[in-house]
Design a protein around this ligand. Sequence first.
Ligand SMILES: Cc1ncc(COP(=O)(O)O)c(C=O)c1O
Length: 490
Amino acid sequence: MRIPLERSGKVPLYAQIANFLRAAILSGKLPSQTRMPSARRLAGDLGISRMTVEAAYAALEAEGLVRREMGSGTFVMARRHSPASVRVNVPEIWPQWQHELVANCASWHEGAMVDAPAPLRAENAIAFGSGTGDARRFPLADFRTVMRSVLQRDGKEALEYGETCGYAPLRRTISELLSVHGLQAGADDVLVTSGSQQGLALVAQLLLRPGDSVVVERPTYAAALPLFRAMAARIVDVPVDREGMRVDLLDKALQRYHPRLIYTIPNFQNPTGVCMSAGRRRSVVALAERYGVAVLEDDFVGDLRYGGRAQPPLKALDRTGGIIYVSTFSKMLMPGVRVGFIHADGPVLELLAGLKRLTDLATSSALQRALHRYVSIGRYDAHLRRARRLYATRRDTMARALERYFPPGSEFDLAEGGLFLWVALPRGYVTSELLRPAWKAGVGFAPGEEFFVDRSSGDRFLRLNFAAVTPEEIERGIRNLGRVIAESSQ
Ligand SMILES: Cc1ncc(COP(=O)(O)O)c(C=O)c1O
């Protein structure tokens, strides 16, 4: 195979190879199932090292474009979404560098979540696909009051740039909230971020270099996958069962891939709702220590527990500073406040703060002050108590509706907390194909494929949000969805 290489160019050789092959795969010149030349052969053809070709293949694998099979070679993967959409959307009028950008960013941009097209989005669609609590229950009046009182109290100071690491009184409040979970964090051990998504992005940017491996759960949070792909990382997925990440397989993955980072969501995992058992938590921490790998712990809904025993965060078991804990007020309160935070020990926290400064200087000072006041006058606790009661009832309502309206053989576990039920339909269903008819029937949901590196493993799954919808919507929505599923198999 001939690949034109600029040996003295700024773009590393492996990236030039990956770019060339990516364009060939996306354009269909290298069709699905094509066997790629072995790394040794391609390296020989191009007069470069085998490691360079390996790095290019690893980057393409992380993007889901090729699959490497031990002993049999590297194969082009089937494309689930038409790559044409990416190329066609760039009219000729734009400069060449924009065309190149679109091709180079296809791995993560294509994977970004899509909303229902406007004509299909029913006016009052039932939002089982939502990733948050019920917006109709956001404490609007309370928040208006605290915002007004903060602006009165702090005046223009509330509207200046604040500290990069966050409003000090809020960091203190966060450290008090963390102490309830057994985390010994001082205010200086906390970095406020613009949502936890920024926390995840900062950690990924700081730790990962192209070709590095990152372990994720299988399935995992859909927006974490394009994030790691954007870093050109190789994604290694380790299955989740009813106790959380399979630590026996994690051990093997750590031995084989020497990853730089393990990304885990131990509480009410997105999308499965699984809460990692105490034993697994200890094992993950011990394995990470043994192999010297950083852990990114994403605790996005930990305070929304409706049953079972609270488990300590991995960070509370961390003796060596190996764990970076990320959380958010988005799900427990409301996402538009855009306040999340990172708790970590050692120089990493200062480096993350430095990177944050480069990214957005600081999170909105006015909103942090309002949030601080909201929490410190006890409103947050009261809101959480109400939300837990409300969402627990909705979860049970959804479980009953699923039993009634979904096809026999459908499976789900009752999540002990969080926002989602993760449902497996009997074999043979492809939930992404049900999306359009469901939208037409006025119901949204998150198809399983979004949460898997290889997409097709998620075919028979769907993630349903029970918290964002009323019991009446649950009853009507699950009935409609059940009908859509039944009609699809006729
Ligand atoms: C598991 C998980 N982590 C992080 C986030 C990011 O949320 P935010 O940036 O609003 O805090 C989300 C949002 O859906 C999520 O589901």
